[in-house]
Design a protein around this ligand. Structure first.
Ligand SMILES: N[C@@H](CCC(=O)N[C@@H](CS)C(=O)NCC(=O)O)C(=O)O
Length: 238
């Protein structure tokens, strides 16, 4: 059975959401964030120390967009994949990777220098510069999403999962208020999907069942910055 290592709201949400879209059986292993700090044994599972880490028989994968591509292409009957012979194939691969490489990367700088670093190492200029970087790249989707409900091929595909996670992360760090109308409407559509809602419920239930806080690391930091130090997803002391 497929095994997915996951932290609440981390990039491993992409494969989790896709597994729910596909309706495949899988085992979800939850970790407090960041796993390399909270669980030294995780480095034996994934020497990078990052999530996702997905195992499918002999296959081991650690890149969220690549995992979505892998799962969707192994199950073409789902319609979540776009075949090389399809005219939309180039768009599909481009948006699948755009979600991680172009949209999520700048957000990690916003997260790190706006939330995760201790107050004396925060960098407001980096936060604003990379928030604008992300939003300006997101704006390039506006004309397409004003015409089409999804990114490519005239249907929902794994590329929407990849970009959809970037929108989820953007909403966690307060950027969704700055979305343009077509992107905002697209984000609403994605959140209405039954598989998206199931993925949120499954991660919460699995976290509680496995003794991991269901709070995301972003929420934990916001709470600590506001002076609430009750235990949660992450401790700075470690
Ligand atoms: N490009 C990778 C990035 C994986 C990654 O950096 N994951 C983050 C969570 S969103 C992580 O595990 N960070 C923990 C750490 O850096 O220690 C992907 O798309 O999966």
């Amino acid at each position: 059975m497929i095994r997915l290592h996951h932290c609440v709201s981390a990039r491993s949400f992409r494969p989790l959401w896709l597994l729910e879209e596909l309706g495949l059986p899988y085992e979800l292993v939850m970790h407090a964030f960041p796993p390399r700090v909270h669980d030294a044994a995780f480095l034996e599972i994934n020497p990078l120390g990052t999530v996702p880490a997905l195992f499918d028989g002999e296959v081991a994968m650690t890149e969220s967009a690549a995992i979505c591509q892998y799962l969707a292409s192994r199950h073409p009957e789902s319609g979540l994949d776009v075949a090389p012979s399809d005219p939309a194939y180039g768009d599909y691969l481009n948006f699948l990777h755009f979600g991680e490489a172009t949209l999520t990367f700048p957000q990690t700088l916003v997260l790190r220098y706006g939330h995760f670093e201790p107050p004396e190492r925060r960098q407001p200029q980096v936060v604003e510069d990379y928030a604008r970087w992300c939003l300006s790249r997101l704006r390039t989707l506006e004309p397409r999403l004003a015409r089409e409900p999804f990114l490519c091929a005239g249907r929902f595909t794994a590329a929407d999962v990849s970009v959809g996670y970037a929108l989820l992360l953007a909403s966690h760090i307060g950027l969704s208020e700055r979305f343009k109308p077509a992107v905002a409407a697209y984000w609403e559509r994605l959140q209405q999907r039954a598989a998206f809602q199931r993925a949120l419920a499954v991660e919460r239930e699995a976290a509680l069942a496995q003794g991991v806080s269901p709070e995301s690391a972003m929420e934990w930091h916001e709470r600590h910055d506001a002076g609430d130090f009750t235990p949660g997803a992450r401790t700075r002391e470690k």
